[in-house]
Design a binder for this molecule. Structure first.
Ligand SMILES: NC(=O)C1=CN([C@@H]2O[C@H](COP(=O)(O)OP(=O)(O)OC[C@H]3O[C@@H](n4cnc5c(N)ncnc54)[C@H](OP(=O)(O)O)[C@@H]3O)[C@@H](O)[C@H]2O)C=CC1
Ligand SMILES: O=C(O)[C@@H]1CCC=N1
Length: 287
């Protein structure tokens, strides 16, 4: 991988997460001329071009020009898109010249990607999330057998421009997918349900929306600000932050009693398990 300022990043699949990465990199100040998208829906490619100034190419062209080749198609489309770039990658020497393949696809193991590409292709598996678009991604990275520290560090540096990046053993990727990959949807559902509840009780929707979105943002700020739960040197604990809101005999205790009785905690545990299991199944089906 060459220097990140001059390297070319090509994204195979310009859907939701492809756009989050491309848009996030542009918003972080990256030159759009160093970015390429391969997108099978022509109107979508045009949309990304006019929104971010990113050029659209076909898969072989992307494989010829890229220093980093990002796989951002649905798991079922991964075999096809890898087949579309394999021959070009084979013509580029592994190491300095051949691009690192960074896969964002849920569930697909690095070994399955490597098996469809020329030997010694460096593969980095990443589970990102859509807050990438606004520079607030959580990206979880693991390496395949041919990716060394240099490739991992370069992928980390690229993704750090659009949020946080942490390394985990690949065995933890399915669970990371269930937690931070899918996690934004759980928070959005919670926000949506809170807004709808307030509207049902008579609050105008714009007011309810402002109150809920500011509350989610503020709660996120407390969760991520050291010392916010009154302790130093350890990350804030959600339970302590929740206790601080819960006045004896007050409104929060009344609400939490309902949420516990209705099984919110166990529903979330089952939801995360279902997402983890689905990630494993996607890997078995398409990997
Ligand atoms: N959305 C998210 O929050 C996250 C998604 N991911 C992963 O990212 C991947 C993409 O997800 P998402 O962005 O939601 O999916 P989308 O369907 O929104 O995006 C994929 C895009 O790629 C296009 N495409 C399919 N095959 C090809 C091909 N051979 N060449 C070029 N373009 C192609 C699709 O077109 P068409 O619709 O016609 O198939 C579609 O526009 C998945 O593997 C998912 O697991 C990971 C983390 C978070
Ligand atoms: O729902 C999915 O399968 C993808 C992976 C994580 C978030 N979206």
């Amino acid at each position: 991988m060459s220097d990140h300022q001059t390297s070319t990043v090509a994204v195979l699949g310009g859907g939701k997460i492809g756009e989050a990465l491309l848009g996030g990199l542009v918003a972080a100040g990256r030159d759009p001329r160093s970015l390429l998208v391969v997108e099978s829906v022509a109107a979508r490619a045009q949309e990304l071009g006019s929104r971010y100034g990113i050029g659209a190419v076909d898969a072989p062209e992307a494989a010829r020009r890229a220093d980093v080749l990002v796989v951002a198609v649905k798991p079922a489309d991964v075999p096809t898109v890898l087949d579309q770039v394999r021959d070009v990658l084979a013509g580029r020497a592994p190491g300095q010249d051949r691009p690192t393949v960074v896969s964002l696809a849920a569930g697909i193991p690095t070994a399955a990607i490597e098996a469809r590409l020329p030997a010694e292709t460096a593969v980095v598996r990443v589970m990102p999330n859509t807050p990438m678009l606004v520079g607030r991604a959580m990206c979880v990275l693991s390496t395949g057998s041919a990716a060394g520290d240099a490739e991992l560090a370069a992928a980390e540096e690229l993704l750090a421009a659009v949020g946080r990046a942490v390394r985990v053993p690949e065995a933890q990727q399915d669970l990371a997918t269930a937690l931070s990959g899918s996690g934004p949807a759980y928070v959005f559902l919670l926000a949506e349900a809170m807004i709808d509840a307030a509207v049902a009780l008579g609050l105008p929707r714009p007011v309810a929306t402002e109150l809920v979105t500011a509350t989610v943002e503020g709660a996120g700020g407390l969760l991520t600000t050291p010392g916010s739960d009154g302790r130093e040197g350890v990350p804030p604990h959600p339970g302590l932050l929740r206790e601080a809101v819960t006045s004896p005999g007050g409104t929060t205790a009344a609400a939490l009693g309902v949420l516990e009785a209705d099984g919110l905690r166990s529903a979330l545990a089952r939801a995360v398990t279902a997402a983890r299991d689905r990630s494993v199944a996607l890997g078995r089906q398409y990997g």
